[in-house]
Design a binder for this molecule. Structure first.
Ligand code: HEM
Length: 186
């Protein structure tokens, strides 16, 4: 996306003769309504069309430094659990929305999503599938719930130092494992 100023600068570059004094390193663009500014145009300066000006700008932008992304951060319990809380919260919400909409639409399409039908269908699955499905639902739910309690504890101002954040993090992981296994096999 090019700003208006960029377009105006590009137009000026394409329409006016550039002073030989400035030809070696840069283009000096001035106008009565804009403050004087100097734009680097690569190693040489010359009259360019608007398309060429765009290409020069695009090439310059590729050379600019970019913000660091996730890959520069050392994996740590703190931000891993934080992003997991968001992922599980969104997954749980998504699941509820999808099921609620499917439940509403079911009669229109002749589907049976009432509890008794789902329970009967689930009961007919092999044991491994039952355990797997229950674990897949229990894991995000229990993690998000335990970690939610951790968040609420923080909201009271407790366990906010590094030691507390790590200790409660490991407690959440332990409780999540225990409760997931329990729910998956009950
Ligand atoms: C099916 C049940 C649940 C759903 C669908 C759900 C959904 C969500 C969602 C979408 C978020 C926002 C995540 C984000 O953008 O970072 C969230 C945050 C949160 N949830 Fe849940 N949640 C559920 C259960 C729970 C339970 C049981 C607790 C507490 C025991 C809890 C405590 C919290 C807290 C404290 C936050 C805010 C965390 C923060 O400050 O960033 N949630 N939840």
């Amino acid at each position: 996306m090019f700003s208006n100023t960029t377009f105006r600068t590009a137009s000026r570059l394409s329409s006016r003769q550039v002073s030989p004094l400035l030809k070696s390193t840069s283009v000096r663009a001035t106008s009565s309504s804009f403050p004087a500014q100097t734009r680097s145009a690569g190693t040489t300066s010359e009259n360019v069309t608007q398309d060429q000006a765009h290409s020069i700008l695009a090439a310059q932008r590729k050379l600019r430094p970019i913000s660091p992304h996730l890959s520069i951060y050392q994996p740590q319990l703190t931000w891993y659990l934080s992003i997991l809380n968001r992922i599980t919260g969104v997954a749980l919400s998504g699941g509820i929305y999808v099921f609620a909409l499917a439940y509403l639409a079911a009669p229109t399409f002749g589907l049976h999503l009432e509890s008794a039908t789902i329970a009967a269908a689930f009961g007919s699955l092999p044991v491994a599938a039952k355990v797997g499905i229950k674990a897949a639902v229990a894991l995000p739910f229990t993690f998000h719930s335990w970690n939610g309690i951790r968040h609420l504890l923080w909201d009271t101002g407790k366990a906010l130092d590094i030691k507390g954040v790590y200790r409660t993090g490991y407690v959440v992981l332990g409780l999540t494992t225990l409760s997931t296994v329990y729910l998956a096999f009950m």
